[in-house]
Unconditional design. Structure first.
Length: 346
Protein backbone atom coordinates (compact mmCIF):
# COMPACT_ATOMS: atom_id res chain seq x y z
CA UNK A 1 0.00 0.00 0.00
CA UNK A 2 1.35 3.44 -0.99
CA UNK A 3 1.89 5.60 2.08
CA UNK A 4 1.08 9.27 1.92
CA UNK A 5 4.52 10.85 2.06
CA UNK A 6 4.95 14.18 3.82
CA UNK A 7 6.72 17.12 2.23
CA UNK A 8 9.97 17.15 4.19
CA UNK A 9 10.41 20.89 3.85
CA UNK A 10 7.24 21.41 5.90
CA UNK A 11 9.24 20.17 8.92
CA UNK A 12 11.24 22.43 11.21
CA UNK A 13 14.83 21.57 12.06
CA UNK A 14 13.67 20.40 15.49
CA UNK A 15 11.07 18.10 13.94
CA UNK A 16 13.75 16.62 11.67
CA UNK A 17 16.00 16.00 14.67
CA UNK A 18 13.11 14.30 16.50
CA UNK A 19 12.42 12.12 13.45
CA UNK A 20 15.96 10.77 13.44
CA UNK A 21 16.05 10.13 17.20
CA UNK A 22 12.71 8.31 16.95
CA UNK A 23 14.20 6.15 14.19
CA UNK A 24 17.29 5.20 16.18
CA UNK A 25 19.71 7.73 14.68
CA UNK A 26 21.53 10.75 16.10
CA UNK A 27 19.77 14.11 16.33
CA UNK A 28 22.55 15.88 14.41
CA UNK A 29 21.47 13.94 11.30
CA UNK A 30 18.46 16.27 11.22
CA UNK A 31 20.84 19.24 11.07
CA UNK A 32 22.61 17.70 8.08
CA UNK A 33 19.38 17.08 6.19
CA UNK A 34 18.10 20.58 7.01
CA UNK A 35 21.30 22.06 5.55
CA UNK A 36 20.88 20.02 2.37
CA UNK A 37 17.28 21.16 2.00
CA UNK A 38 17.74 24.88 2.61
CA UNK A 39 21.39 25.93 2.19
CA UNK A 40 22.24 23.54 -0.62
CA UNK A 41 18.74 23.35 -2.18
CA UNK A 42 18.89 19.59 -2.74
CA UNK A 43 16.35 18.39 -5.31
CA UNK A 44 16.51 14.73 -4.29
CA UNK A 45 17.58 12.68 -1.29
CA UNK A 46 20.22 11.12 -3.55
CA UNK A 47 21.98 14.50 -3.63
CA UNK A 48 22.76 14.25 0.11
CA UNK A 49 26.22 12.82 -0.35
CA UNK A 50 27.42 12.88 3.29
CA UNK A 51 24.46 10.77 4.45
CA UNK A 52 24.50 6.98 4.24
CA UNK A 53 22.61 5.12 1.55
CA UNK A 54 20.39 3.45 4.15
CA UNK A 55 19.45 6.79 5.71
CA UNK A 56 18.69 8.30 2.32
CA UNK A 57 16.44 5.32 1.57
CA UNK A 58 14.63 5.83 4.89
CA UNK A 59 14.01 9.48 3.91
CA UNK A 60 12.82 8.33 0.48
CA UNK A 61 10.37 5.92 2.11
CA UNK A 62 8.86 8.60 4.36
CA UNK A 63 9.13 11.95 2.59
CA UNK A 64 9.09 13.83 -0.69
CA UNK A 65 10.88 17.00 -1.77
CA UNK A 66 8.23 18.93 -3.72
CA UNK A 67 10.76 20.89 -5.71
CA UNK A 68 9.71 23.30 -8.45
CA UNK A 69 10.76 22.79 -12.05
CA UNK A 70 11.51 25.62 -14.46
CA UNK A 71 9.29 24.42 -17.29
CA UNK A 72 10.23 27.15 -19.73
CA UNK A 73 12.75 29.97 -19.61
CA UNK A 74 12.49 32.97 -21.95
CA UNK A 75 15.22 35.57 -22.36
CA UNK A 76 14.36 39.12 -23.38
CA UNK A 77 16.42 41.37 -25.64
CA UNK A 78 17.22 43.49 -22.56
CA UNK A 79 18.54 40.54 -20.52
CA UNK A 80 15.37 39.96 -18.52
CA UNK A 81 14.53 36.29 -17.96
CA UNK A 82 11.02 34.92 -17.38
CA UNK A 83 10.53 31.49 -15.84
CA UNK A 84 7.37 29.44 -16.18
CA UNK A 85 7.59 27.45 -12.97
CA UNK A 86 5.82 24.09 -12.67
CA UNK A 87 4.74 23.16 -9.15
CA UNK A 88 4.44 19.62 -7.78
CA UNK A 89 0.70 19.55 -8.60
CA UNK A 90 1.35 20.72 -12.19
CA UNK A 91 0.06 24.25 -11.63
CA UNK A 92 2.18 27.01 -13.18
CA UNK A 93 3.39 30.36 -11.84
CA UNK A 94 5.84 32.83 -13.32
CA UNK A 95 8.87 34.60 -11.91
CA UNK A 96 11.28 37.07 -13.47
CA UNK A 97 14.96 37.99 -13.28
CA UNK A 98 15.47 41.71 -13.89
CA UNK A 99 19.11 42.77 -14.48
CA UNK A 100 20.60 46.25 -14.37
CA UNK A 101 24.22 47.39 -14.41
CA UNK A 102 24.42 47.33 -10.62
CA UNK A 103 22.02 44.63 -9.48
CA UNK A 104 19.91 41.61 -10.38
CA UNK A 105 16.42 41.44 -8.94
CA UNK A 106 14.09 38.46 -8.58
CA UNK A 107 10.40 39.22 -9.03
CA UNK A 108 8.61 36.27 -7.40
CA UNK A 109 5.03 35.03 -7.21
CA UNK A 110 3.16 34.25 -3.99
CA UNK A 111 -0.12 32.77 -5.31
CA UNK A 112 -1.29 30.74 -8.29
CA UNK A 113 -3.49 33.40 -9.86
CA UNK A 114 -4.61 36.25 -7.64
CA UNK A 115 -7.20 36.92 -4.94
CA UNK A 116 -7.81 40.49 -6.09
CA UNK A 117 -9.47 42.01 -9.13
CA UNK A 118 -7.35 44.87 -10.49
CA UNK A 119 -8.74 45.52 -13.97
CA UNK A 120 -5.41 46.50 -15.54
CA UNK A 121 -3.48 43.38 -14.49
CA UNK A 122 -3.27 40.18 -16.52
CA UNK A 123 -2.76 38.03 -13.42
CA UNK A 124 -6.07 39.26 -11.96
CA UNK A 125 -7.85 37.59 -14.88
CA UNK A 126 -6.68 34.22 -13.62
CA UNK A 127 -8.72 32.45 -10.97
CA UNK A 128 -6.80 32.11 -7.70
CA UNK A 129 -6.07 28.40 -7.47
CA UNK A 130 -4.07 28.31 -4.23
CA UNK A 131 -1.39 29.94 -2.14
CA UNK A 132 2.23 29.01 -2.72
CA UNK A 133 4.02 27.14 0.05
CA UNK A 134 7.14 28.70 1.63
CA UNK A 135 9.44 26.24 -0.20
CA UNK A 136 7.84 27.07 -3.57
CA UNK A 137 8.54 30.77 -3.03
CA UNK A 138 12.06 29.94 -1.85
CA UNK A 139 12.72 27.75 -4.90
CA UNK A 140 11.85 30.61 -7.28
CA UNK A 141 14.57 32.70 -5.62
CA UNK A 142 17.12 29.88 -5.83
CA UNK A 143 16.36 29.32 -9.54
CA UNK A 144 16.77 33.03 -10.30
CA UNK A 145 19.97 33.25 -8.26
CA UNK A 146 21.39 30.40 -10.35
CA UNK A 147 20.37 32.19 -13.57
CA UNK A 148 21.87 35.46 -12.32
CA UNK A 149 25.20 33.71 -11.73
CA UNK A 150 25.06 31.89 -15.06
CA UNK A 151 23.94 34.73 -17.36
CA UNK A 152 25.10 37.84 -15.49
CA UNK A 153 28.12 36.51 -13.55
CA UNK A 154 26.91 37.74 -10.19
CA UNK A 155 24.64 36.51 -7.41
CA UNK A 156 21.10 37.75 -6.98
CA UNK A 157 21.08 41.03 -5.06
CA UNK A 158 17.40 41.94 -4.55
CA UNK A 159 13.95 40.35 -4.30
CA UNK A 160 10.56 41.91 -4.93
CA UNK A 161 7.24 40.21 -4.21
CA UNK A 162 5.58 41.73 -7.27
CA UNK A 163 4.84 38.60 -9.28
CA UNK A 164 1.57 36.71 -9.41
CA UNK A 165 -0.74 37.06 -6.40
CA UNK A 166 -1.27 39.36 -3.43
CA UNK A 167 1.48 38.55 -0.88
CA UNK A 168 -0.53 39.73 2.12
CA UNK A 169 -3.30 37.27 1.24
CA UNK A 170 -0.67 34.54 1.76
CA UNK A 171 1.00 36.25 4.67
CA UNK A 172 2.12 33.30 6.81
CA UNK A 173 3.79 31.45 3.93
CA UNK A 174 5.44 34.62 2.58
CA UNK A 175 6.88 35.36 6.04
CA UNK A 176 8.15 31.78 6.40
CA UNK A 177 9.78 31.98 2.96
CA UNK A 178 11.47 35.29 3.80
CA UNK A 179 12.71 33.81 7.09
CA UNK A 180 14.37 31.00 5.13
CA UNK A 181 15.74 33.37 2.46
CA UNK A 182 17.30 35.67 5.07
CA UNK A 183 18.45 33.02 7.56
CA UNK A 184 22.18 32.14 7.71
CA UNK A 185 20.90 28.54 7.51
CA UNK A 186 19.18 29.39 4.21
CA UNK A 187 20.30 31.89 1.57
CA UNK A 188 21.56 34.51 4.05
CA UNK A 189 20.19 37.50 2.09
CA UNK A 190 19.61 40.82 3.83
CA UNK A 191 15.92 41.59 4.52
CA UNK A 192 16.68 45.18 3.54
CA UNK A 193 17.08 43.93 -0.03
CA UNK A 194 13.55 42.49 -0.05
CA UNK A 195 10.42 44.46 -0.96
CA UNK A 196 6.92 43.11 -0.38
CA UNK A 197 4.41 44.88 -2.62
CA UNK A 198 0.74 44.95 -1.67
CA UNK A 199 -2.36 46.38 -3.29
CA UNK A 200 -3.33 47.46 0.22
CA UNK A 201 -4.78 45.14 2.88
CA UNK A 202 -4.94 47.41 5.96
CA UNK A 203 -5.25 44.70 8.62
CA UNK A 204 -2.22 42.82 7.28
CA UNK A 205 -0.11 45.99 6.94
CA UNK A 206 -0.71 46.59 10.66
CA UNK A 207 0.18 42.96 11.39
CA UNK A 208 3.48 43.35 9.52
CA UNK A 209 4.28 46.37 11.70
CA UNK A 210 3.39 44.45 14.87
CA UNK A 211 5.54 41.52 13.70
CA UNK A 212 8.51 43.91 13.38
CA UNK A 213 9.41 42.74 9.89
CA UNK A 214 12.71 44.01 8.48
CA UNK A 215 11.89 44.01 4.78
CA UNK A 216 10.59 47.03 2.87
CA UNK A 217 6.99 47.82 1.96
CA UNK A 218 5.62 48.99 -1.38
CA UNK A 219 1.99 49.86 -2.05
CA UNK A 220 0.41 49.49 -5.48
CA UNK A 221 -1.64 52.68 -5.27
CA UNK A 222 -2.47 54.09 -8.76
CA UNK A 223 -4.96 56.64 -7.44
CA UNK A 224 -5.47 58.60 -4.22
CA UNK A 225 -9.10 59.31 -5.10
CA UNK A 226 -11.49 56.61 -3.85
CA UNK A 227 -13.87 56.67 -6.82
CA UNK A 228 -11.05 56.40 -9.33
CA UNK A 229 -9.22 53.71 -7.40
CA UNK A 230 -12.38 51.63 -6.96
CA UNK A 231 -13.08 51.85 -10.69
CA UNK A 232 -9.71 50.25 -11.53
CA UNK A 233 -9.16 48.23 -8.32
CA UNK A 234 -12.66 47.17 -7.19
CA UNK A 235 -11.49 45.71 -3.86
CA UNK A 236 -10.82 49.34 -2.83
CA UNK A 237 -14.55 49.45 -1.97
CA UNK A 238 -13.76 46.99 0.84
CA UNK A 239 -10.39 48.53 1.79
CA UNK A 240 -10.89 52.26 1.09
CA UNK A 241 -8.10 54.81 1.07
CA UNK A 242 -8.83 56.12 4.58
CA UNK A 243 -8.33 52.61 6.00
CA UNK A 244 -5.19 52.14 3.91
CA UNK A 245 -3.77 55.48 5.02
CA UNK A 246 -4.46 54.70 8.67
CA UNK A 247 -2.68 51.35 8.33
CA UNK A 248 0.30 53.00 6.63
CA UNK A 249 0.47 55.64 9.37
CA UNK A 250 0.57 52.78 11.88
CA UNK A 251 3.31 51.06 9.82
CA UNK A 252 5.44 54.19 9.73
CA UNK A 253 4.95 54.97 13.44
CA UNK A 254 6.13 51.44 14.30
CA UNK A 255 8.92 50.95 11.75
CA UNK A 256 10.08 54.45 10.74
CA UNK A 257 10.57 52.98 7.25
CA UNK A 258 9.81 55.09 4.20
CA UNK A 259 6.83 53.92 2.15
CA UNK A 260 7.15 53.33 -1.59
CA UNK A 261 4.10 53.84 -3.78
CA UNK A 262 3.92 52.06 -7.14
CA UNK A 263 1.89 54.20 -9.52
CA UNK A 264 0.82 53.85 -13.15
CA UNK A 265 -0.59 56.88 -14.97
CA UNK A 266 -3.23 56.01 -17.61
CA UNK A 267 -4.61 58.18 -20.34
CA UNK A 268 -8.00 59.60 -19.34
CA UNK A 269 -8.13 57.75 -16.00
CA UNK A 270 -5.72 59.39 -13.55
CA UNK A 271 -3.76 61.86 -15.68
CA UNK A 272 -5.28 65.15 -14.46
CA UNK A 273 -3.90 67.74 -12.05
CA UNK A 274 -6.53 66.74 -9.45
CA UNK A 275 -5.07 63.21 -9.49
CA UNK A 276 -1.53 64.32 -8.71
CA UNK A 277 -2.78 66.79 -6.06
CA UNK A 278 -4.63 63.95 -4.32
CA UNK A 279 -1.45 61.84 -4.44
CA UNK A 280 0.59 64.65 -2.87
CA UNK A 281 -1.98 64.95 -0.08
CA UNK A 282 -1.97 61.17 0.48
CA UNK A 283 1.85 61.09 0.73
CA UNK A 284 2.15 63.84 3.33
CA UNK A 285 1.77 61.82 6.53
CA UNK A 286 5.11 59.96 6.22
CA UNK A 287 8.36 60.03 4.22
CA UNK A 288 7.58 58.37 0.91
CA UNK A 289 8.81 57.66 -2.57
CA UNK A 290 6.68 57.37 -5.71
CA UNK A 291 7.72 55.01 -8.49
CA UNK A 292 5.87 55.94 -11.67
CA UNK A 293 5.78 52.75 -13.70
CA UNK A 294 5.39 52.49 -17.44
CA UNK A 295 2.17 50.67 -18.29
CA UNK A 296 2.34 47.39 -20.13
CA UNK A 297 -0.79 46.66 -22.20
CA UNK A 298 -2.70 43.41 -21.71
CA UNK A 299 -4.72 43.56 -24.93
CA UNK A 300 -7.35 45.83 -23.41
CA UNK A 301 -8.19 49.12 -25.08
CA UNK A 302 -9.43 50.78 -21.89
CA UNK A 303 -6.00 51.12 -20.31
CA UNK A 304 -3.42 53.07 -22.28
CA UNK A 305 -0.16 54.62 -21.15
CA UNK A 306 -0.61 58.32 -20.36
CA UNK A 307 1.04 60.89 -22.58
CA UNK A 308 4.50 62.08 -21.60
CA UNK A 309 3.21 65.53 -20.61
CA UNK A 310 1.04 63.90 -17.92
CA UNK A 311 4.06 61.99 -16.56
CA UNK A 312 6.08 65.22 -16.59
CA UNK A 313 3.30 66.95 -14.64
CA UNK A 314 3.35 64.22 -11.97
CA UNK A 315 7.13 64.48 -11.62
CA UNK A 316 7.11 68.28 -11.43
CA UNK A 317 4.32 68.50 -8.85
CA UNK A 318 5.71 65.71 -6.67
CA UNK A 319 9.22 67.18 -6.71
CA UNK A 320 7.91 70.68 -5.91
CA UNK A 321 6.30 69.12 -2.84
CA UNK A 322 9.61 67.47 -1.84
CA UNK A 323 8.40 63.94 -2.59
CA UNK A 324 10.98 61.64 -4.14
CA UNK A 325 9.83 60.36 -7.52
CA UNK A 326 11.36 58.07 -10.14
CA UNK A 327 10.03 57.04 -13.54
CA UNK A 328 10.59 53.35 -14.17
CA UNK A 329 10.92 51.96 -17.66
CA UNK A 330 9.60 48.43 -18.03
CA UNK A 331 11.85 45.48 -18.72
CA UNK A 332 11.05 42.26 -20.54
CA UNK A 333 8.02 43.53 -22.46
CA UNK A 334 8.89 41.42 -25.51
CA UNK A 335 8.39 38.22 -23.47
CA UNK A 336 5.37 39.45 -21.43
CA UNK A 337 7.57 39.61 -18.34
CA UNK A 338 6.89 43.25 -17.48
CA UNK A 339 4.85 44.56 -14.57
CA UNK A 340 1.21 43.44 -14.77
CA UNK A 341 1.79 41.02 -17.66
CA UNK A 342 2.32 37.73 -15.81
CA UNK A 343 -0.51 35.48 -16.94
CA UNK A 344 0.99 32.11 -17.98
CA UNK A 345 1.05 32.95 -21.67
CA UNK A 346 4.17 30.88 -22.16
Amino acid sequence: MEINKKDIRALTKEQLREFFVKNGDKAFRGNQVYEWLWQKSAHTFGDMSNISKETRQMLEDNFVINHIKVDQMQRSNDGTIKNAVRLHDDLIVESVLIPTKTRTTACVSSQVGCSLDCKFCATARLKRMRNLNPDEIYDQVVAIDNESRLYHSRPLSNIVFMGMGEPLMNYNNVIKAIDKITSPEGLGMSPKRIVVSTSGVPKMIKKMADDDVKFKLAVSLHSAIDEVRTSIMPFNATFPLNDLREALQYWYAKTKNRITYEYVVWDGINDKRKDVDALVEFCKFAPSKVNIIEYNPIDDGKFQQAQSKAIDMYVAVLESNHITVTVRRSRGKDIDAACGQLANKT
